[in-house]
Design a protein around this ligand. Structure first.
Ligand code: ATP
Length: 258
């Protein structure tokens, strides 16, 4: 069932008589429950596409549509950013409950959702702490818990693990996949890491250099759970790795020539 539909979408940023064509002719359908990673060279418009889906930017041409299946008053989307996604003056539990409280959900429900997701990301013993008392990995856990607790139609994640060390990244990737499989949410996830995309995705969308276009849609029919050992050793996966690697090399070289 279609969840996200993007049609003939262009985005041009203008300033005075100068302009940048950030996105060009994006046509895309993402199904309910899919985990889709966006990969492309720096500046190809990945964040812009996410911001358009989050309604923080308007398309210059074309449209995006998020198909809602339920009649509940759930938010359309929640975003998780690379850093600074937590509110410094709120505790862990207040941060996780924030979206629900803004929507004035019944207190009992807010408490239940908050407890559930704090527990899911392993922060039960830290619920009364403030962000300045947390590590980078713990702060990202708070952001993820808040995004899921909010029960949005879709999740938009902009390099959420990019600033973390390898061990933390790996643990959070596993936690994210567990929650995603349980909730069956549709996720659009930006990463610069091919390994990360191969570990997480049902589909990888490869983007061209600016103006960003989707040039390849790679479907991964690889059983889950996947391990980094598999990503490095199974020939079917290493072939995809090389295909993506070569594409990125070409695109990055091209941007240097412009
Ligand atoms: N508000 C804005 N005003 C003007 N130009 C912008 C604005 N936002 C983004 N751009 C430009 O649009 C292009 C795409 O930016 P965007 O941040 O979407 O790329 P990205 O693929 O997410 O990059 P990175 O991988 O480096 O994070 C860039 O050239 C950027 O300078």
């Amino acid at each position: 069932m279609t969840k996200i539909e993007i049609s003939k979408l262009d985005k041009r940023f203008s300033k005075g008589n100068k302009y940048i064509d950030a996105l060009s002719n994006i046509d895309l359908v993402i199904n309910e429950g899919e985990f889709v990673c966006l990969l492309g060279p720096s500046g190809c418009g990945k964040t812009t596409l996410l911001r358009i889906l989050a309604n923080l930017e308007k398309p210059s041409n074309g449209y995006v549509k998020i198909h809602s299946q339920n009649k509940k008053q759930t938010p359309t989307q929640s975003m998780v950013f690379q850093e600074n996604g937590v509110i410094p003056w709120l505790t862990v539990e207040e941060n996780v409950a924030f979206g629900l409280k803004m929507r004035h959900t019944p207190e009992e429900f807010t408490q239940k959702q908050t407890d559930y997701y704090i527990n899911k990301v392993g922060l039960s013993n830290f619920r009364k702490l403030y962000p300045k008392e947390l590590s980078g990995g713990m702060k990202q856990r708070v952001s993820i818990a808040r995004a899921f607790a909010n029960d949005p139609e879709i999740l938009l994640m902009d390099e959420p693990f990019a600033a973390l060390d390898e061990q933390n990244k790996f643990i959070l990737q596993e936690e994210l996949l567990t929650i995603w499989q349980e909730t069956e949410k549709t996720v659009l996830f930006i990463t610069h890491s091919i390994d990360e995309a191969l570990l997480l995705s049902d589909r990888i969308l490869l983007m061209s250099a600016q103006p960003g276009q989707i040039v390849k849609d790679i479907k991964l029919n690889i059983p889950r759970p996947r391990s980094i050992e598999q990503v490095r050793s199974v020939s079917e996966i290493t072939e995809i790795f090389l295909e993506i690697w070569e594409h990125l090399q070409r695109e990055v070289k091209q941007t240097r020539l412009i």
